[in-house]
Design a protein around this ligand. Sequence first.
Ligand code: GRF
Length: 198
Amino acid sequence: MVSGGGSNLRALHAAAERGALGGGEIVVVVSDRPGCSGWAFAEERGIATVDFSSLDGPALAAALAETHGVDVVLLAGFLKLVPAPLCERFERAMLNIHPALLPAFGGKGFYGERVHAAVVASGARVSGPTVHFVTSEYDRGPILAQRAVRVLPTDTAPSLAARVLEAEHELYAEAAAALCAGRVVWREDGVPYYDDGA
Ligand code: GRF
């Protein structure tokens, strides 16, 4: 599910193409902004597209699960709140990527360059992407994976964003592959993890 540039979508698609998405493939792209470059990327490759605004929550959940045979939903720069029926249908099967280390620098209003500007302004020395399961609250679902990216004294929001984005592409493919391959284990207290070989 995308709203914009779709660089994470491209990275996930590339991982699927080289067989590195845990057996997963991208079968449909959903967007609230038909025509955004993530949407155009899907159309160019003959991947099905669904206009988010054309269906209510239950209809969207049914279209994904039944029409398109979706098992896993990946939010990749999707800016709308995910409807509750979709969260329920894809419980423990829907991931989001956030460009900072949650639970800091997350929640409503923390998106795009604002996140990196807040990190730089805070003086934090480490940032990096977080992959987490999606619940109906922004950026609050269980954390699945994180990667540390150093914040340099000379960083601006755009320079930090660019380095974090590179790390996002690797981390998201790795975490999505673990989910697709059924390698995610849930600790008794509700914390998910997978063996990343570290
Ligand atoms: C990424 O920074 C991601 O962490 C956030 O939205 C941005 C999407 O970028 N959720 P792109 O559209 O994948 O290039």
